[in-house]
Design a protein around this ligand. Structure first.
Ligand SMILES: NC(=O)c1ccc[n+]([C@@H]2O[C@H](COP(=O)([O-])OP(=O)(O)OC[C@H]3O[C@@H](n4cnc5c(N)ncnc54)[C@H](OP(=O)(O)O)[C@@H]3O)[C@@H](O)[C@H]2O)c1
Length: 259
């Protein structure tokens, strides 16, 4: 039986990854801060899907926690076949009044921790000649909407770079760039996006299940970057090909609409 390690696997996108993989027969290792939430999710997955679930309470803003999780990824007696670097949070603060501690936490959780974990997974997986790494970045990384854009752009570039380094090793690496997905993400970050009327919501949001399906399909087809949903795929393509000045104009309009 194959095993997947998912960071932030109890709610939102992480939970959707865990549900889909457990339904497909994968054993799970779930890591996030909420120990009770981890135990509850694990009990549910065991009862519903009959899979083995290990939980590792982990705060990815704490380097020693991340290194311990990296150690689990490199434990040769209990191989991990798929790593999903999913944990993260929104960062919607003005760059003028930026809280440096919050920025450092965001970089630690969404850049440094995934980089440490993907490196550990790559070492273990290349030794076995197979494996997969999915990094949940964001379509925001193709825009200039503040620190979150920068944090996610960094992870996308790290993912693409690792994919180049691992070419021919049997280990596949995918960056999935969701647009807006309805999870706890926006309310946790104090972002207004969830106030959309229902018809608009249907147009702009993709479901967590769609994000998971796109990421797994990308892995199966050895695509390095994938964007869930046709509209978002088109938007990301546009953001990458339009002149930088126009990209900044769009980014500015988006930033103002959400404050
Ligand atoms: N929702 C969107 O519109 C959207 C769009 C693009 C990209 N994304 C990305 O998708 C990923 C998942 O977000 P989501 O939408 O599922 O948000 P969510 O519902 O708020 O879930 C975030 C998850 O990350 C975990 N997490 C946060 N800080 C952590 C820390 N310090 N250590 C360990 N785990 C931590 C949380 O678990 P605990 O709180 O229990 O630790 C939770 O499981 C994030 O990387 C986010 O940036 C989301």
């Amino acid at each position: 039986m194959a095993t997947a390690l998912i960071t932030g696997g109890t709610v939102g996108l992480g939970r959707a990854f865990a549900t889909r993989l457990a339904r497909d027969g994968w054993d799970l290792v779930l890591a996030s801060r909420d120990a009770a939430g981890l135990e509850a999710a694990a009990a549910e997955f065991r009862a519903t899907f009959g899979v083995t679930v290990e939980v590792i309470p982990t705060d990815l803003s704490v380097r020693s926690d991340t290194l311990a999780l990296a150690g689990r990824l490199e434990d040769a007696s209990r191989p991990i076949d798929l790593l999903v670097n999913n944990a993260g949070f929104g960062l919607h603060d003005s760059l003028v009044t930026l809280d440096p501690d919050k920025l450092a936490r965001a970089i630690e959780v969404m850049d440094i921790a995934p980089a440490i974990l993907q490196a550990a997974a790559a070492r273990a997986m290349t030794g076995r000649g197979k494996g997969g790494i999915i990094n949940v970045t964001s379509s925001a990384g193709t825009l200039t909407t503040g620190a979150y854009s920068a944090v996610k752009a960094w992870l996308t570039i790290m993912t693409e770079s690792l994919a180049i380094e691992l070419r021919g090793t049997g280990v596949r690496v995918v960056a999935v760039l969701p647009g807006w997905v309805e999870t706890e993400f926006h309310s946790r970050a104090g972002i207004k996006a969830n106030a959309f009327p229902p018809f608009l919501k249907k147009l702009v949001y993709v479901t967590p299940e769609r994000v998971v399906a796109t990421a797994l399909d990308g892995l199966a087809k050895d695509r390095v970057v994938c964007v869930p949903g046709r509209r978002w795929a088109f938007a990301v393509w546009l953001a990458r090909v339009i002149p930088k000045g126009l990209n900044r104009k769009v980014s500015g309009a988006l930033t103002h609409s959400r404050t």
